[in-house]
Write a protein that binds this ligand. Sequence first.
Ligand SMILES: C[S@@+](CC[C@H](N)C(=O)[O-])C[C@H]1O[C@@H](n2cnc3c(N)ncnc32)[C@H](O)[C@@H]1O
Length: 202
Amino acid sequence: MAASVDQTLSIAPVRWTGDEMRRRIRGGRRQPLARACGLGRIDSLRILDATAGYGRDAFVLAALGAKVMLSERLPPLADALVAAHAQALDDPAICAVAARMTVSAGDSRALMQQTQPPFDVIYLDPMYAPPGQKALAKAPMEALRHLTDGDPDARELAQLAWEHTGRRVVIKRSPKAPTLLDRKPSFILKSNRVRYDVYVRS
Ligand SMILES: C[S@@+](CC[C@H](N)C(=O)[O-])C[C@H]1O[C@@H](n2cnc3c(N)ncnc32)[C@H](O)[C@@H]1O
């Protein structure tokens, strides 16, 4: 993580309401994110979102029925997630979704090694910036890219996820990014601008 950057300046608000989120949730369990996680197959799937960021993917998964733990190591963003979660629990429109979510501040590597029984699914969406690529992401993500320094330890995180998942690891990548694990994905799902590499254990 880039130590020289003022981490309090650039974090965008955490928002789980609004048209964009509603549109994503309307996509239902047939959308690639949900299918990659295996949401249609198991009731109350337990998912660790080990790279929670602004918590948007996690909120979509919880809205579609999963129990999701959001883990974020960047302190101001973890604080923002805790605050957004508390607010969501008080909002009648989304409190049922929020009740399926928990937030953990800290490094997911420790969390995934400590949790028993293991999560069914570990979901990863680490930062990715190909060498020389300039700002292509939307502003909030661009801010995160600076703050996280591009998540240089993402390969180690992915390897630990594979060792500690109950059923599968799902890794969101940009379409041309290399795989993060040194093994062939069990299958790959593609949508507009992203790819989900799915590694199934059982
Ligand atoms: C691209 S963002 C994730 C965006 C998220 N999927 C969303 O929907 O908002 C990646 C996040 O993962 C976090 N992260 C990366 N490695 C982590 C780790 N080992 N433990 C916890 N958080 C981590 C970064 O701090 C960053 O906020």
